[in-house]
Design a protein around this ligand. Sequence first.
Ligand SMILES: [Zn+2]
Length: 369
Amino acid sequence: MKNGIISLLSLSVLVGISGCNSDSDTIDYGKKASSYLVEIADEVEGIGAREASTPEEAAMGNWLYDTLTGFGYDVEVQPFTYQKGDKLLSSNNYIVEKQGASEKTIVLAAHYDSTGSDHGSLGATDNGAGVAAAVAIAENLMQETLPYTVRILFPGAEENGLNGSLHYVRQALAHNQLDNVIAMINYDTVGGGDYVYVHAAHSDYAEYQSTCEKLGLTESDYNSQTHIRDAMLQASIDVKGEDGKYTVHPAFPGYPEGETGSWSDHAGFACAGIPIAYVEATNFNINGEYGFDGYSQTTNPNAWDCYDAENKTACDRDTESKWGKIWHTELDRLDKLEELFPGRVDQQLSNNVNIVLRLLTTGTYIDEK
Ligand SMILES: [Zn+2]
């Protein structure tokens, strides 16, 4: 009881000093993200696996619609179809927007489908974590006065070809809805891995060319500027200090410092000329199945047949089957993750929410180029 009184007192002192009185200051949106993650990725208490274009993905979409509507948003449902082999499949994007003082707009995206359910994945980190964090951010933004307009996009069917985000970009280009967009932040697997990185798009257009061509775009449309990544890095330093800041990976063969490939929803935006920042939790220091590409997420021995710590790779590259991957495997479940890394995912979620909230509610991070 005594502790409770003291913490309440110190909290009111803090609130007094900051000069803010709104209720949202007393709510921990990082913790809220953790509870949303249970609703998303726990197969008993929540939805569980949600493969693209299945009833479970649709259930996840309905959860997003209801939850975001509950916060007071007008939720835009954007249906789309896409070809997968000889099948025409369908899914939805969900979009909400909070008006800021400026029409200039920052897009935050987090795909809500998952994959690997045949291996036991429930999509806890890929991408339950990104969705949970984006939902908690959406909830808080409703209480805030914003310098920039913020549009939050939840693409469907990412895992089988970036279908939702490419449809969104195609439509947005056709209706001039990207004209005011000055930045895009992609949340895909923002927890689980050993480090939480922030990347920019690749400086070599060839890495994105095949994606850009799907949108009818060319090299002259492409944007690989790094200032949104750098703004995110600065916000992370201001919120978490040097010890808790986002990691920018050093240069590896094929991946110059702090740059990433086209395998997630940021790609279509970079193709369309929007500077991006992509947050993902992984471990670029591992010489994984295809080299230093960030696909091996952890050195945890349970994620390897045998990890050779000295050489940062598999003990036997020919026989290794796990390669330190969490995403799309039986390890991407809340129960397994808690066993492997007690407290890690909650901490990474909370950090992500607080860093991006700082960036979105402060007008000084983004240097508009
Ligand atoms: Zn993903």
